[in-house]
Design a protein around this ligand. Structure first.
Ligand code: CP
Length: 308
């Protein structure tokens, strides 16, 4: 049984197959999934992932059930027992989990395909849909180099690995990694391709890059009514000092990578990892990037169910 957890388990051929399915489905939908149910178990908030899976299942003639973990019975019982019961009601499970190990537990039963819909370590659907978005500018072979700015995290992990497997150069300009996101095995796998470079020199990271990505490094828990809570003031100041030099803004793009497209997986924290002038820059493809989540979710479900 196939699952999509971290992309460690997918080959270059698998990734290209899902890309091909997504490109076809973006042009032409059919009721391939009538009577199929996607269960979406979410332990964390979401806008794009929830909408893209639900809309995608509707477009394919199937159905998606959203289950907010807080309103289900998980807190009362053993996780493994409850997830085994949940999986009896659907054909595929998308699980946005606090811990990747819980996604792995669900997958380990091998009852239905399981998708990590963003855990602390991985965000495979984001990486796959970002590849779809980048491929729309002349094909996959035109993506020679991407740069990642800011913090290394769940999103950069899976994007780095997917791109490295496809032979795309990945330049990471990040002074720190989110400690909960670190997966040494994934890092080794990506680095062994020879396609990953790390540098804190922005000119070097951005040289000849086709796409520049970033993600949040400021925790929204730090704020209340637009002000920093006193207990987070020190950490807020530390992060601002550490990461602000890697902010994605128009000045940086215009100076070092005037042809590079600007990407952000959203939600964005304006004035921190990205500025308004970068979001509205002529090179920004952020909103197409958001829409493509839906086209790739459809491909992921179709691929896991062996439908195309
Ligand atoms: N990029 C992303 O996963 O967005 P959501 O958290 O809104 O789903």
């Amino acid at each position: 049984m196939k699952h999509i957890i971290s992309l460690k388990e997918q080959s270059k051929k698998d990734i290209l197959k899902m890309l091909d399915i997504a490109q076809k489905l973006k042009k032409n939908n059919k009721n391939y999934l009538s009577n199929k149910t996607l269960i979406m178990l979410f332990q964390k908030h979401s806008t794009r992932t929830r909408l893209s899976f639900e809309a995608g299942m509707t477009q394919l003639g199937g159905h998606a059930i959203f289950l907010d973990a807080k309103t289900a019975q998980f807190s009362l019982t053993d996780f493994a027992d409850e997830i085994r019961a949940v999986m009896r009601f659907g054909d595929i499970l998308a699980f946005r989990a606090m811990k990747a190990k819980d996604v792995e537990t669900a997958a380990s039963f091998n009852k239905i395909p399981v998708i990590d819909a963003c855990s602390e370590k991985y965000h495979p659907c984001q990486a796959l849909s970002d590849i779809l978005t980048m491929s729309e500018f002349g094909g996959i072979q035109k993506i020679k180099k991407i740069a990642w700015l800011g913090i290394e995290n769940n999103v950069s992990n899976t994007l780095k690995l997917a791109c490295a497997k496809l032979g795309i150069e990945v330049a990471i300009a990040a002074p720190e990694a989110d400690k909960d996101s670190v997966d040494k095995e994934l890092n080794k796998m990506a680095e062994e391709t020879g396609n990953v470079t790390k540098t804190l020199n922005l000119k070097e990271a951005l040289k000849d890059t086709n796409y520049v990505h970033t993600d949040t490094w400021m925790d929204m828990e730090f704020f209340q009514n637009g002000k920093v809570k006193p207990k987070w003031k020190k950490e807020y100041e530390r992060r601002k000092k550490k990461f602000m030099p890697y902010q994605l803004n128009a000045k940086l793009i215009n100076k070092y990578a005037p042809k590079a497209k600007i990407m952000h997986c959203m939600p964005m924290h304006i004035g921190y990892e990205i500025t308004r002038d970068a979001i509205d820059h002529k090179n920004s493809i952020i909103f197409t990037q958001a829409e493509n989540r839906m086209h790739m979710q459809k491909a992921v479900v179709m691929w896991l169910l062996g439908k195309m």
